[in-house]
Every structure is written in structure tokens, then in C-alpha cells.
Design a protein around this ligand. Structure first.
Ligand code: DPP
Ligand code: ZN
Length: 894
């Protein structure tokens, strides 16, 4: 497949101010009639061809200014339609009639059927599966859309913008006309047709306009959409308060779809969501699902400004909207956790969200940045853009925005955002344009300081490492701190000759000092005294001398995770233990516990390799023992502090990666911690019992449930007597899904022999609720007892279908991502290859996601390595591979 380069960008030679689309909707075959009013862009030479994209379409007719064109007046290829417009330099119109076939469209891109309804998904390049069009984000048009359909099948007809009119037709069908007042690229187009439940409410915006918010769902799901509607209203007001951004539409709709490739899609005024991010009630959704809905509703809503009003010039700029919008949704979620709390508590409530986000970054993005798919947050090339909706573009992109927020401060960042909209509202722009706006504020507020090297974060792939050295001088009472940065070649860069230049990055590095008694040592800094200072590292190595430090300090590093880097320090186990107990920065404190656990787990694996006895667990045990019973810590924060690093992180730290050794060390450590602290866990379990009040997903009660489930998990892991009975009782008495699923998962993880009763009961109760059934599948597919034949047995059940992405994710993905002990076998590797190919025949986007599972095969121990390499080769050799999967596996194999 051809590689597309960012450098090759050229503007589209024609403007498209106005589009009219008419749909005759039917599942088997939908006719689309388009009227595209073009005009040459300034400077376009007469005779410049007009090229439109189209995929899997049947062409019926092409007209130019109303005149049907003969077959030799345009050119048709597999994926384009081109013609030479009149050379008079004036506006002209192209009319196209074409057919597409939603019912057989298993890719879930373009127009497709889900259940008995019709949905669209156009980002990034799905619109070309609906009709021929300049399918690129820098062509922005005003859309008018007429939908016609049989009202018995499709009583509701939705598209972007405002409903202009609705009417019955003489032939028994009905129609609806929608007009979107805002110009938009076609990736933000949407239509929905079918029979839905709807709940709605009006909100008053800060300028006093009444706007209608609506959430549409499958019939019978109305009561499960109240939380989503509530989140939407909160998102609307939050964006007004924090960024001064108001909804620019009279009506904002969210529609839940059962079959959806992604989390959700920010189509202008008509967001289409994976039902998993809309539907929730206490019986069916976990606390985490409630928070997930809040985050995704916020994310898509915030795109209305960051993505839709200001959009991307080309797909290399994807992080312009995604990194920024993830940052915005992270801040929204954090603010929601902290709402109404006094400042001190608010900070630690927000830290819980920060910890979860950093955890995700390390789990998903750090390995990506070290593998064959490593790319800068603004990639330089791709074969298939669908493969670049990555943790790097999203999560690292959000970190790069967050660093700008840190460097500019809340006020400066807000001023930068205001400037961004002042300059670029209504345009399709680049990441550089965004940084220009931020830089204009930065240089104004920090005279003499330079922002230019910050842009390197957009150019470089790979996770930088920052090495920290410090020296305390008791006579002069100074502490000298040296930071050194380096960024090794990332992924395929390692094979380039010469290796790519990686100049130093601008890294905001937040530090604090504490003394041996755990007290903060204030730092004198820029005429102030502070507990935390941000060192701005801009060179390969820099040294700072802090003065007036009365006692030898222990360094608290990278507070609040101020930059997406890997730390290298010579901090001792004692230093970490001190920080784990006393660091006033809740993120750094959590990180000290994580680091202690990581060190222990790696030491266990090393001892196994060397045939030595297992290392002592005392450090971690003591840290946990204190945290377990510390009533000053919020339950949600305690649940983070007392969680071992995820197994995948432990595997990823190995050199070479050795999944079986990691599973053994991890399992043994959980056992020991559970057993040694059994009494404390048991006390905590009882103390965190439900107070009997009505369910609420608020941070305090959900934190208590998280901590209680963690206690149960530890009791089972440690084989405490009566633990299985406790879990069975919790399952039986569960008052919400968090409790029920917590008990079921803990049983499947540690006492599968006792899980069969709850499993059967769960299935019986929830067999007709697809989202809950996904939980049932997922809990089993990720259990250590689920071998390849176990996962095959799940796939043989009548409830299973590979066509539904949520179900495929619950079973196949969970097995391949969250069950390393069983995946890393010869049968496991075969299973992976077979499923990638099976999915690829249906849905290349989803298949390509699964194909990423073996990105880092070359870093594994030799047996696993050979097995994965063979499986990758088998996929690459398969006939008819999609461009999506081919790009992934060919890069993996190098
Ligand atoms: N819908 C996806 C998201 O919101 C892609 N834009 O991130
Ligand atoms: Zn997004």
C-alpha cells in the first residue's frame, strides 16, 4: 500500500460552500443523490481536475451543471471519480446519483445496519462509502440533508443541525429535512434512522439561549440514559465556565448504537455513541462504567469546539483535536470528582483521576512508543489513517497539551485557548497553529523566554528518559539537582542510517523535597517559597542549585506527572518507602508505591532465573499495612495506592519480556500480600460495607466499593479462610453491578471452582442485555483458568458473534490482551492469527486493533518471540489482507 506523507500536503483546488444530499433509505440498497456546489479556489488553473473519493459504491449518474455526463466525460477508478470542470473560473455544480448497500456493510464505516436501524460512521474516511466526495477534512461545506424512508421501519430520521421540516409522502414514505448552519468537513456528517426511545431536557446557556439536549436509545432503554443526559448537561456548563465556550446549536443529540467501532463520534449536533458509553443504571453498570460515560460524553461534547468549529487541516494533525479534547475531558472528569470539596480534599480527589490517566498512558502508550508503530503525536506518514487513532495521538497528545497548561498556568492557557479560537474559528488548521496561539501568550508573559523548542514534542517519537542526580551539601545548605534527558531511537527508527537526530525536549519537571521525618522542605524559588517547583529542562543536561535547605532532602520527583517521561533515579528502597508514606503530592506518593512494587516483582523474576530464593516483601508489605488502615486517605485513593501494577506493565518492564515468569511472580506476590495482610483486609472489607442508601456513583461511595472489592480480591488471592463464602455472599446480596461483578471476577481469578453458580446465575439473569453479557464474557476470557480451548468454548456459544465489536472485544481482545498466561502458548499464537484473519474479513479497523497485540514481539524471550514471529508471518502471508492489518504486521515484522 502506498505511504502518505505529511510533507506532501497540498490544498484542495476547489471550494465547496454548499452540499445537498438526498437519501432514499433502505437497508439493502440506499440511493444517494448529491448536489455539490463547487468553485475554484484562488489560484486554481483552468483545467485542474476535480477528484472525488468513493468506495464500494454503484454509480448511477453524474451531472455537471444539470447536464448528464457521458461515460467518457469523467474517469472512474476503484476509489476515485474525476472530471475536468469548466474553465470559466465561476461556481459550478456536480450532481451524482449512487447506491450503497448498508445491510452487507460489516466494516461499520459509512452507512451500515445495526439491529434494525441505520447509522453512519465517517471519521476518518467513511464518507466515501456513502457517496463520491472530496473526503478530506480541509474541505468544509454547509450541508442540507433530505432523508426519505418507510415510517414503519424508520419512524425517526436524524441528521446534523436543525430539523427544518418533516412530512409524509404520497408513496407512503416520510421525509425529514435537516440543515446544519455550520460549515463542516464530511467526516462530521451523520445520519440515523430507526425506532428509538428518547429523553430530553432544555438547558439555558450562559448567553440565555434555550437549547434542547436529547439522548436516543433502543426501545426499552430510556431509563438507562438518564446519567448520560445528566453528564451532557454538566459538560455543557463546564465548558462555559472553564473555557468560555458555549453550545452553538439549538439542539444537541446523542444516539446509542449497539454496533460501533470506537467509543463514540462527535458528528456535529448528532453524536453517535457506542451504547456502552451511554447506557447505565445501578443494576447493569459498574462505577467505572458511570465514570467512563461521563468522560466520553464530555469528550464528544467538547469536540464541538475543539475539532468541529476548529478542525484539522489533514489527518496528520489528528492530535490537534484529539490530544486537546482528551486533555479537556480529563480536566472535566477531575473537576467533577472534586466538585464541592474544600481545596485540600479537592486536590487529592483530582489526583485519583490523574493516577488513572497516567496508568493508562503507561499501559498503552509507553509500549507503543517503544515498538514498531512508534510515531510522533503528529505523525509524518501513514498507510492507513485508521491505524493512527492511537494512544500516542490521544493520550500522549493530551500530555503534550497538559505540559503547555503547566508552562503557561491556568490563566495563560485559557488566554492561549481564547487566542486559538480568535485566530482559527471556522478553519481547518494544524498543530503548529495551535502552538502559535499558545506561544503568543507565553512570550508575552515570560519576556526573554523561548517556546520554540517545545514544538519538538510534536516531532519526536519515543518516551524520553530523565535521569536525576542530586547532591546535598550540609555546610552550604544547598541541594544540587542535575537532570539529564535522552530519547533512544523509537521502534523502526533504530534501523535508520544515520539514526534520526533527537534534540533535547522542553520538559517541565515538577519536584519537591521532604526530610527524613516526612516533612516538606520549602524551596526558595523566584522570590517565593514553595513546596513544589517546576524545573524547565531544555537541554541535554542541566543543573539547579537550591539554597537554604536545612536538612538532607529526599526528592519527590515528577509531581503530578508533569511530563510523559520515564524516570531514572538512584533513590533507595528507603527513599521510596518514605515517599510512599509522606509525599504530600498524591501522584508522586502513589508512584513511589508502584515503583516499590515493580522493583520487587522484577527481583522475584530475577531470583527465579538465578535459581535463588524469593526476595523478601517487607518494604511493600509495610507500606501497604500503613496505607490499608490510614483513615485520612480517601477510599478511592487508597484503592489506587493498594493496587499492584497491572500484569501487562510488569511484563513490559522485563528485558527480555517473559510473560510466564511475570505471571508467576505477580501471582505469587498477590498471594503473599493477600495472606500476610488478611486480617487487615478483612477488617477493611467490613468497614467498607454499603450503608444501605440508594446507589450513587459519587467518588466517596464508589471509592468505598472499589476498596471493598479490592479487599475481597486480596482475601481470595491470599486464600483466607472463608473468602470464597464471602465472595458468594457478596454476589448473592449485591445491590448493584459493581458489587456483583466484583465478586464474580474475584472468584474467576482466584477460586474458579466456586464461580460456576454465580456464572450460571449471571447468564440467566442478563442473557438479554448485550452490554451486561459482555461483562460475563470478558470476566471469563481474562481469567487465568481460561485456556485457548476455554475461549473457543465461549466463542461457540450462541450468544457470541464476531460481528459485534463489543462482543469481539469482550472475548477475543480480552483473551489476547488480558490473559498473557494463556495467550503465550503455541495454541495462543495460532488463535490470535486465526482471529485477526477472521475479523479482517469482516471489519478491518477492528482486526487491525487486534493485530497490534504482538507489536513488541521482538523484545520477548526466544520461545515466545519465535512463536509470535511465526504467527505474524502467517497473517502477513494470508491472501486478501486489508491495508489496515497489512500496515501493522508488516511494520511489526520490519
Ligand atoms: N470519535 C472519536 C473520538 O472522539 C474519533 N474522533 O475520539
Ligand atoms: Zn476524540
Amino acid at each position: 500500500a502506498p505511504t502518505i506523507f505529511r510533507q506532501d500536503y497540498t490544498p484542495y483546488p476547489y471550494r465547496l460552500p454548499q452540499v445537498r444530499l438526498e437519501f432514499d433509505l433502505a437497508a439493502e440498497s440506499t440511493q444517494v443523490r448529491s448536489e455539490l456546489r463547487f468553485e475554484p479556489a484562488p489560484g486554481t488553473a483552468p483545467g485542474t481536475p476535480l477528484v472525488l473519493q468513493g468506495e464500494d459504491l454503484e454509480l448511477v449518474e453524474v451531472r455537471l451543471d444539470g447536464r448528464p455526463l457521458a461515460a467518457d466525460e469523467y474517469q472512474l477508478t476503484d476509489d476515485t471519480l474525476s472530471l475536468v470542470p469548466p474553465g470559466h473560473g465561476k461556481p459550478f455544480s456536480i450532481g451524482i446519483v449512487s447506491l450503497c448497500h448498508p445491510a452487507v456493510n460489516t466494516t461499520l464505516m459509512g452507512l451500515y445496519v445495526s439491529g434494525d436501524k441505520l447509522f453512519t460512521q465517517c471519521e476518518a474516511q467513511g464518507f466515501r462509502r456513502i457517496t463520491w466526495f472530496p473526503d478530506r477534512p480541509d474541505v468544509m461545506a454547509r450541508f442540507e440533508v433530505l432523508l426519505r424512508a418507510d415510517p414503519a421501519v424508520y419512524p425517526l430520521l436524524l441528521s446534523n443541525g436543525n430539523l427544518i421540516e418533516q412530512a409524509g409522502l404520497p408513496d407512503g414514505r416520510h421525509q425529514a429535512l435537516w440543515r446544519d448552519p455550520h460549515p463542516k468537513p464530511c467526516y462530521l456528517f451523520a445520519l440515523v434512522a430507526g425506532d428509538f426511545d428518547c429523553i430530553e431536557r432544555t438547558e439555558t446557556t450562559r448567553s440565555g439561549r434555550e437549547v434542547l439536549l436529547q439522548v436516543y436509545s433502543d426501545k426499552g432503554c430510556r431509563e438507562q440514559t438518564r446519567w448520560a443526559l445528566d453528564c451532557l448537561a454538566r459538560a455543557l456548563h463546564w465548558d462555559e465556565r472553564r473555557f468560555g465556550l458555549e453550545l452553538d446549536l439549538d439542539r444537541f443529540m446523542v444516539v446509542a448504537a449497539r454496533d460501533f467501532n470506537m467509543g463514540a463520534m462527535e458528528n456535529k449536533g448528532l453524536n453517535i455513541f457506542n451504547a456502552a458509553y451511554v447506557l447505565a443504571d445501578p443494576d447493569t453498570a459498574t462505577d467505572a462504567a458511570y465514570r467512563g460515560i461521563e468522560a466520553v460524553i464530555g469528550h464528544e461534547y467538547f469536540h464541538n469546539w475543539t475539532g468541529n468549529r476548529v478542525t484539522c487541516r489533514d489527518w496528520f494533525q489528528l492530535s490537534l483535536k484529539e490530544g486537546l479534547t482528551v486533555f479537556r475531558d480529563q480536566e472535566f472528569s477531575a473537576d467533577m470528582l472534586a466538585e464541592g470539596l474544600p481545596p485540600a480534599e479537592a486536590a487529592s480527589a483530582r489526583a485519583v483521576k490523574r493516577i488513572d490517566d497516567v496508568h493508562t498512558l503507561r499501559l498503552a502508550q509507553f509500549p507503543e512508543d517503544a515498538g514498531p508503530m512508534a510515531h510522533p503525536i503528529r505523525p509524518d506518514s501513514y498507510q492507513e489513517i485508521g491505524n493512527f487513532y492511537t494512544a500516542t495521538v490521544y493520550e500522549k497528545g493530551a500530555e503534550v497539551i497538559r505540559m503547555q497548561h503547566t508552562l503557561l498556568g491556568e490563566d495563560g492557557f485559557r488566554a492561549g485557548m481564547d487566542e486559538y479560537f480568535r485566530r482559527y474559528d471556522g478553519q481547518a488548521v494544524t498543530c503548529d497553529d495551535f502552538v502559535d496561539a499558545m506561544e503568543s501568550v507565553y512570550v508575552q508573559r515570560h519576556p526573554g523566554k523561548d517556546f520554540s523548542i517545545f514544538r519538538r514534542w510534536y516531532q519526536q517519537a519515543g518516551t524520553p528518559r530523565v535521569r536525576v542526580r542530586s547532591h546535598y551539601d550540609p555546610e552550604n545548605r544547598t541541594c544540587r539537582i542535575t537532570l539529564e534527558q535522552r530519547c533512544a531511537p523509537a521502534g523502526l527508527e533504530a534501523r535508520q542510517t544515520p539514526p534520526p537526530q533527537k534534540p533535547p525536549l522542553h520538559i517541565p519537571f515538577a519536584i519537591g523535597l521532604i526530610d527524613a521525618d516526612g516533612r516538606s522542605l520549602p524551596i526558595h524559588w523566584e522570590d517565593e517559597t514553595r513546596d513544589t517547583v517546576v524545573l524547565e529542562l531544555r537541554e541535554a543536561s542541566q543543573t539547579w542549585t537550591l539554597t537554604d535547605i536545612p536538612r538532607p532532602p529526599v526528592l519527590s520527583l515528577l509531581r503530578d506527572f508533569s511530563a510523559p517521561v520515564i524516570l531514572e533515579t538512584d533513590r533507595t528502597a528507603d527513599d521510596l518507602a518514605l515517599l510512599a508514606r509522606h509525599d504530600p503530592d498524591p501522584f508522586a506518593r502513589w508512584d513511589a508505591v508502584q515503583e516499590t512494587a515493580h522493583r520487587h516483582l522484577q527481583a522475584c523474576m530475577q531470583a527465579d532465573r538465578d535459581g535463588n530464593p524469593q526476595p523478601a516483601l517487607d518494604d511493600l508489605l509495610e507500606i501497604w499495612r500503613t496505607a490499608l488502615i490510614d483513615p485520612t486517605l480517601s477510599p478511592a485513593y487508597r484503592a489506587r495506592l493498594l493496587a499492584l501494577p497491572a500484569l501487562r506493565e510488569v511484563i513490559d518492564r522485563g528485558d527480555p519480556m517473559d510473560p510466564r515468569a511475570a505471571v508467576a511472580a505477580w501471582t505469587r506476590t498477590r498471594q503473599t500480600l493477600g495472606a500476610q495482610l488478611a486480617d487487615a483486609w478483612r477488617t477493611l472489607y467490613d468497614a467498607m460495607a454499603d450503608d444501605g442508601g440508594p446507589y450513587s456513583p459519587d467518588p466517596v461511595s464508589s471509592g468505598r466499593r472499589a476498596l471493598r472489592n479490592l479487599a475481597l480480591d486480596n482475601l481470595l488471592a491470599g486464600q483466607a479462610s472463608g473468602a470464597a463464602e464471602l465472595a458468594l455472599a457478596q454476589y448473592r446480596q449485591a445491590r448493584n453491578m459493581t458489587e456483583g461483578l466484583g465478586a464474580l471476577t474475584a472468584l474467576l481469578q482466584h477460586a474458579p471452582q466456586d464461580a460456576s453458580g454465580p456464572l450460571a446465575d449471571f447468564h440467566e439473569r442478563w442473557r438479554d442485555d448485550p452490554l451486561v453479557l459482555d461483562r460475563w464474557f470478558g470476566a471469563q476470557a481474562s481469567a487465568p483458568g481460561c485456556t485457548v480451548s476455554g475461549v473457543r468454548a465461549l466463542m461457540a456459544l450462541p450468544d457470541f458473534s464476531l460481528r459485534n465489536p463489543n462482543r469481539a472485544r469482550a472475548v477475543v481482545f480480552r483473551f489476547c490482551m488480558d490473559n498473557p498466561g494463556n495467550l503465550h502458548t503455541l495454541e495462543g499464537y495460532d488463535f490470535w492469527a486465526e482471529q485477526v484473519l477472521a475479523l479482517d474479513a469482516l471489519n478491518p479497523e477492528i482486526a487491525a486493533r487486534l493485530s497490534r497485540a504482538f507489536d513488541n514481539w521482538a523484545r520477548y524471550e526466544p520461545v515466545a518471540r519465535a512463536g509470535m514471529q511465526a504467527a505474524l508471518q502467517r497473517v502477513l502471508d494470508a491472501p486478501g489482507l486489508s491495508r489496515n492489518v497489512r500496515e501493522i504486521v508488516s511494520k511489526a515484522l520490519g
